[in-house]
Design a protein around this ligand. Structure first.
Ligand SMILES: CC1=N[C@H](C(=O)O)[C@@H](O)CN1
Length: 272
């Protein structure tokens, strides 16, 4: 983390400062497959590995991670606890007011897991809304909260958790009847739990907002003042999209061509 003694919150952390320092501190939320520590304690994930390549190309060889609850990532970035967020965070207009997103590195849909046999017959967020006894675990600060609200699920049917491991615990301990998160995060938690009492809803209907099926676009994020850093990052990201290197890294974390972001930009998503 770059500590620039007397600088104001609006002052830019220049690329040159980081190159001189030799490392970047990134905020991450411990969410597989986006950004997490593996069994050897190595910081990895699609967002981390994409950023690692780009930062190396910008002359910054080391990356340090600052594990932070997802809901605290933006505040942590702006409080300068880290220099950028690598958490696969979705770009949306609300968040764009507080951070500078790089262009998206992937796009993805949502998933739902329930008790084996799906006793409440939940196949959509609307099904949860229709059953006042059904409770769904969802991570604090995550976009899924807004999708649930848009589907008519009231707050008292949501069980807020601080991270995705706590979501699965809520489901296992009957504090929730379902858990929702992005498809890859959901699958990773189910695989890690190896619990035959739980299952993924395979015919889950993607939520809609304003009549349109939602799809999230994830990206790294920088402080508002750090436009130079963000622009340099984007230039390298573009090259990786062109060369196919982006897909190669995404594939290492289970993503496919279907999850490439196409030519979607942060600007389009911020203005959506
Ligand atoms: C990668 C990720 N995306 C969603 C979000 O940005 O809110 C949440 O599902 C939390 N994790």
């Amino acid at each position: 983390m770059l500590l620039l003694g007397a600088c104001s919150g609006n002052e830019q952390v220049t690329l040159k400062d980081l190159q001189k320092q030799g490392y970047v501190t990134v905020g991450f939320a411990g969410e597989n497959p986006y950004a997490y520590k593996d069994e050897n304690g190595k910081l990895t994930g699609e967002a981390v590995e994409i950023a690692r390549v780009i930062l190396e190309r910008l002359g910054i060889d080391e990356m340090k991670g600052e594990l932070t609850e997802f809901s605290g990532l933006i505040a942590g970035l702006n409080a300068k606890r880290f220099d950028m967020i690598t958490a696969g965070m979705f770009i949306n207009p609300e968040r764009c007011k507080s951070v500078n997103f790089a262009d998206p590195e992937y796009s993805i849909g949502e998933g739902l897991a329930v008790k084996a046999g799906n006793p409440l017959g939940l196949k959509s967020y609307a099904d949860i809304a229709a059953n006042k006894d059904a409770k769904v675990a969802v991570m604090a600060g995550a976009v899924e909260i807004g999708y649930l609200e848009a589907s008519g699920v009231p707050e008292d049917q949501m069980v807020f958790v601080n991270n995705q491991d706590d979501a699965i615990s809520a489901l296992q301990s009957d504090r929730a009847d379902a858990m929702t998160m992005t498809g890859p995060a959901l699958q990773s938690r189910l695989d890690a739990a190896g619990d035959s009492n739980l299952e993924r809803v395979m015919d889950f209907e993607q939520p809609t907002v304003d009549g349109e099926s939602v799809r999230g676009y994830g990206a790294s994020a920088f402080r508002k003042a750090d436009t130079e850093l963000r622009d340099a990052f984007n230039a390298e990201l573009d090259k990786m999209k062109e060369s196919g290197e982006l897909l190669e890294i995404l594939q290492q974390f289970g993503f496919t061509e279907q999850e490439l972001p196409g030519d979607m930009t942060a600007q389009q998503l911020c203005e959506a």
